[in-house]
Design a binder for this molecule. Structure first.
Ligand code: FES
Length: 230
């Protein structure tokens, strides 16, 4: 049987640097100082690269592992909380992944067939009215939060004096379209559910959500390209 010892098997290299006649070798050393320093520098470089590279990789690949089937509906309370006469403010998550910063206020009231006339396009396409009116508080001028005043039933924007009527239609000031809305429904156990946001023009015809200051009426809608909101 062949021996593993270098003395008995000359083809096998010794583990000691001095035996291997390496430059700068010391008696009893298995790694030269140059080898040790080079290895240490490579390891430190690898750790530093990982510290920068791994978070970037996580950001890049994270969305691939996110649940893409998020439920867009949010519970804003029992039907008993709402009425057709006035709005109740509720907080919803518009960007769940950023925590508290992703929350926003909306105003909700029960649909009232006497004052909430459906848009001509809804009538034409036989689209059923939504059971609740849920208005976004983001002003359609530059996005400041509007506030509802029960008496005289107007939304007022503190930034440049934009005013909206009880349906969220522009009643004065610089906003270019009505307040955005959210889809609404009622769950089988009587809870009011608020869904995704949509924009409306002055006739309350529905459009995909747009950014503030994006026109949806008249010549302006053709002069300025549609700017879908995120
Ligand atoms: S942001 Fe509301 S009126 Fe300008």
């Amino acid at each position: 049987m062949a021996s593993n010892s270098p003395e008995k098997n000359p083809r096998r290299k010794s583990r000691y640097t001095a035996d291997r006649a390496q430059p700068g070798a010391f008696e009893g050393e298995t790694v030269t100082r140059r080898g040790f320093v080079t290895g240490g520098a490579l390891a430190a470089g690898g750790i530093a690269s990982a510290a920068f590279g791994l978070p970037a990789l996580g950001f890049a690949l994270g969305p691939l592992f996110e649940d893409g089937t998020k439920d867009p509906w949010q519970d804003v309370g029992p039907e008993a909380d709402f009425n057709p006469e006035t709005y109740v403010s509720k907080t919803i998550n518009i960007q769940a992944e950023v925590g508290e910063a992703g929350k926003s206020t909306i105003y909700v009231r029960k649909y009232d067939p006497k004052q909430d006339k459906p848009s001509p396009s809804d009538i034409e396409q036989k689209i059923e009215p939504l059971p609740y009116v849920a208005l976004s508080t983001r002003c359609a001028h530059l996005g400041c939060p509007v506030r509802y005043y029960r008496d005289p039933g107007r939304f007022v924007c503190p930034c440049h004096g934009g005013i909206y009527d009880i349906q969220g239609k522009v009643d004065g000031g610089p906003p270019v379209r009505p307040l955005d809305r959210h889809y609404t429904s009622v769950s089988p156990d009587g809870r009011v559910m608020v869904g995704e946001r949509f924009s409306v023009n002055s006739e309350l015809r529905r459009f995909l959500p747009r950014d503030p200051s994006n026109h949806l009426d008249g010549l302006w809608q053709y002069l300025y390209p549609a700017r879908p909101s995120t």
